[in-house]
Design a protein around this ligand. Sequence first.
Ligand code: NAD
Ligand code: UPG
Length: 447
Amino acid sequence: MRKITVIGTGYVGLVSGTCFAEIGNRVICCDVDQQKIEKLRRGEIPIYEPGLEELVMKNMKREQLYFTTEVGEAIEASDIIYIAVGTPMSDTGEADMRYVMSAAKKIGEHLNNRKIIVNKSTVPVGTAELVREVVQANKKYPWISFDVVSNPEFLREGSAISDCMNMDRAVIGSDNAEAAKAIAELHAPFNTHIFTTDLESAEMIKYAANTFLATKISFINAIANVCERVGANVIDVAEGMGLDSRIGSKFLQAGIGYGGSCFPKDTYALAHMADKAGYDFELLKSVIKTNQRQRLIIMDKLREAVGGLAGKQVAVLGLAFKPNTDDMRYAPSLTIIPELLKQGAFVRAFDPIATESARRELPGDVHYCETVEQAVAGSDVCVILTEWNEVLSMDLDRVRQTMKQPIVIDGRNCFDLQTMQKSGFEYHSIGRSSVNSAGRDRHSVNF
Ligand SMILES: NC(=O)c1ccc[n+]([C@@H]2O[C@H](COP(=O)([O-])OP(=O)(O)OC[C@H]3O[C@@H](n4cnc5c(N)ncnc54)[C@H](O)[C@@H]3O)[C@@H](O)[C@H]2O)c1
Ligand SMILES: O=c1ccn([C@@H]2O[C@H](COP(=O)(O)OP(=O)(O)O[C@H]3O[C@H](CO)[C@@H](O)[C@H](O)[C@H]3O)[C@@H](O)[C@H]2O)c(=O)[nH]1
């Protein structure tokens, strides 16, 4: 059993801290957000993440998991200190490092014995060295030494617990073999591949992995746009490509582009890092541009399908950036809904989980609905932005009957074309022919 403190109790800190407790360590999760910690202490989980509540409750009860706002005391009480604070996009597009630096300062001020400081936040290459300098500069007891290790996180929201408990690999960057060994041992119960490297490479692996996945998405979205114009079906194209084991089938789902708290900011941050280092990362800049354009494709399709939006009632299904999360960071709905409102549409929105977070982010004149059926009732058009189960399993006959016009614009390719035509919809999706709109679209199909 090791004593671990995790600084930052957000999506990553809370999940990884809980998983470290689950495998038998004593973990203190600390945060400067008092409300968040108070909720956790009452057993309320501040984020939606399947399976998290049970695991938090279990480990709190067996006294393996604690929550506090006393960051200094939490640091003093452990030997391994994880930094898991946010590194959001700053105005320039670079990673905003102020939270990491303030955590490092606090660690320095409370360094009461030899500790391993492990950075889990996604940070530009060279951050480990900066953390070392800040801790060193703020040490109260100059004779106490410490190590800095990089151990980036690869979990996905919505499947965070299982990603963490069954991780593909643990990347451990260090310039000290003993510290690397200790962090490798900590990961032994996860029974995963341990990949050790130097600090800089570990920091780069995180950005390279995320930007590669983002590239795959922008690539398939660009292919989708060509498919639409030449009459091919991107779902079949992706499947046919993915069967080549060198390519693989994952992250080839065409849609309205990537969102979320990571890909948008990490692609920008790496492009900036490369620029600063004197390399113009044109490929990555195109990935970003392709993604920005992809979001607005929904607006083009809407205009084509229903003409002007002024006075039209639009049902928006899905607000979170992906299913199984309440996270609204860089969600496509944050771009699409303000645009709909600007063009004079009335918006009725449905999301099974993210409504509360959405209310804080979106303009006040959105009407939130409890069910898909309520959102679509009387609508001129329905727009799908997130492939929630509630959307995938909606009763198509009922939806068609309650809509004013049976027009669906699907940004996530939730339904097959034949089903939509049989159900009597005019259906426009991504990278596929439109159905039931013969005469209006160059590539429409009839089954
Ligand atoms: N969200 C993900 O799916 C994910 C996955 C892998 C990696 N990451 C990376 O992990 C890091 C954390 O991301 P997140 O989504 O968990 O962020 P988050 O915003 O959900 O949580 C960060 C938490 O840190 C707290 N905090 C900030 N400064 C603090 C300080 N000085 N002391 C104590 N607490 C402090 C905040 O109050 C907040 O609760 C980021 O670098 C992110 O890029 C995120
Ligand atoms: O084929 C695909 C796969 C994903 N997406 C979109 O891409 C975004 C990101 O999805 P996903 O990767 O599943 O979610 P995140 O929780 O953002 O996880 C990513 O970002 C995390 C934070 O760095 C990393 O830890 C994860 O490994 C990485 O997958 C979402 O908007 C998805 O809709 C697509 O459009 N097509």
